[in-house]
Design a protein around this ligand. Structure first.
Ligand code: AMP
Ligand code: GLY
Length: 424
């Protein structure tokens, strides 16, 4: 069968790598893709938000399955458009992708169905938000309602900071229309865990857990980024935590969406915080995490096409999603200066060392082919993933492999997965 993947990051490279392993797949296309994806798929110069062109390409090329990797096209309704044209597509429809697309929606859903999360209020105008903050406890968390490249969350320690935050989100529109509404949320403490899951509308099967590192610098200093590295599984995601989440969070979320007439098919990403009072939902995403996919998918034993088709067909209860009994660590190699200002266009060397390996992966994020050479083309450039028998071994392997590749302004965190030593 012919598969089209929509997206261009490390997550899509990880998806494409899993799809390439499927015996059922004869040809992979990716729109728009990147230089790494181009080594296993044919990249098509169509942007992820060019819905008409994507539908036309999928029809003309007789694509059997489209996999939408990114949040923007999902929230914008790409799945609906492809389905209308009779094309089988993996991912939630627009009315379900709102689970990620609107924080106000997801908070209201959790409140209505009693799914544990932080207390909150929603505001449509800045004056009401400012009045509310006068009597609030600090720190407090401000969230732009809509998609904001993972940057629409402000943690404010004082009233002054919070007032500035309201101004930048709702008045100065720092995150564009995403800030037309705002959620003000109770500040929680605890360790964060990401749990991704396959959902077919009724049945949910969670994948192995992972932990991201969102800040740019070692010791969780610096600005928030798309993610600087991940490890999987999380030693903090214990059986007890899993039991709690199974009982109070996972199935309840799927059932709540169905009860609202918003049947969810695709990936639900649960961003959890393990608070002293128990696990709480920080956020939902409607897609694989990036770089969570880069440590979760290489450990999945199933044929990804079988699982995705089961989600579409509503037969996920007939499959058992299984993971290898090992660990993986992903260290992101970024352009120095990310996420603010950085140069690109530098040649990347050493990429051939990863070819053909089942234990070491070099997932491309911001790269492109230029005059026959692969050059840097973004803030996050590569995700170096390595497996190991356990987290310690995977971590050592991943850092060893970061030395194989080089480019002019290579930057990485040196403490990805360091938390695993605390767990012991
Ligand atoms: P989100 O985009 O909702 O995942 O938020 C980004 C990051 O902000 C999370 O990964 C947390 O580190 C932090 N965060 C979000 N909500 C809260 C909260 N209620 N309390 C504490 N930290 C939060
Ligand atoms: N790594 C966090 C995300 O994909 O949203």
């Amino acid at each position: 069968m012919k598969v089209l993947i929509v997206g261009s990051g490390g997550r899509e490279h990880a998806i494409a790598t899993s799809v390439a392993k499927s015996k059922r797949v004869s040809k992979i296309y990716c729109a728009p893709g990147n230089a790494g994806i181009g080594q296993i798929a044919e990249c098509v110069a169509i942007g992820a938000m060019e819905f008409e062109k994507l539908v036309a390409f999928a029809k003309d090329t007789e694509i059997d399955l489209v996999i939408v990797g990114m949040d923007d096209p999902l929230v914008g309704g790409l799945v609906d458009e492809l389905e209308k044209a009779g094309i089988k597509t993996f991912g939630p429809r627009k009315n379900a992708a709102i689970l990620e697309g609107s924080k106000a929606f997801s908070k209201d859903l959790m409140k209505k169905y009693d799914i544990p999360t932080a207390a909150y209020e929603t505001f449509d105008d800045a004056d009401a938000a400012l009045a509310y903050l006068e009597t609030a406890d600090f720190p407090i968390v401000l969230k732009a309602d809509g998609l904001a490249l993972g940057k629409g969350v402000l943690i404010c320690n004082t009233l002054e900071e919070a007032k500035d935050g309201v101004k930048s989100i709702m008045l100065d529109k720092q995150f564009g229309t995403a800030g037309n509404r705002m959620v003000v949320e109770e500040f929680m403490t605890g360790r964060e865990v990401s749990v991704l899951s396959y959902v077919d509308g009724k049945t949910i099967q969670t994948m192995t857990s992972a932990q991201d590192h969102k800040r740019a610098k070692d010791g969780d200093e610096g600005l928030n980024t798309g993610g600087m590295g991940t490890f999987s599984p999380s030693p903090f995601y214990t059986e007890e935590v899993d039991e709690f989440c199974k009982k109070y969070i996972y199935q309840k979320t799927v059932d709540a969406m169905a009860a609202e007439g918003r049947e969810f098919k695709g990936i639900i990403f649960f961003g959890l915080m393990l608070t002293p009072k128990g696990p709480r939902v920080l956020e939902y995403n409607a897609r694989f995490g990036d770089p969570e996919a880069q440590v979760v998918l290489p450990r999945m034993k199933n044929d990804i096409i079988d699982v995705m088709e089961a989600c579409i067909d509503g037969t996920l209860d007939q499959i058992k999603v299984e993971f290898e009994d090992n660990a993986a660590v992903c260290v992101v190699l970024a352009s120095d200066g990310y996420p603010v200002k950085y140069d690109k266009g530098f040649e990347i060397t050493g990429l051939d060392k990863f070819e053909g390996s089942d234990d070491y992966f070099c997932f491309h994020a911001g790269t492109k082919l230029q005059d026959g050479k692969i050059v840097t083309n973004g803030g996050r450039v590569l995700g170096i993933t390595a497996k190991g028998a356990n987290l310690k071994e995977a971590r050592a392997n991943a850092y060893k492999a970061t030395e194989w590749v080089d480019f002019a302004n290579k930057y990485m965190r040196n403490d990805i997965g360091k938390a695993i030593f605390e767990a012991e």
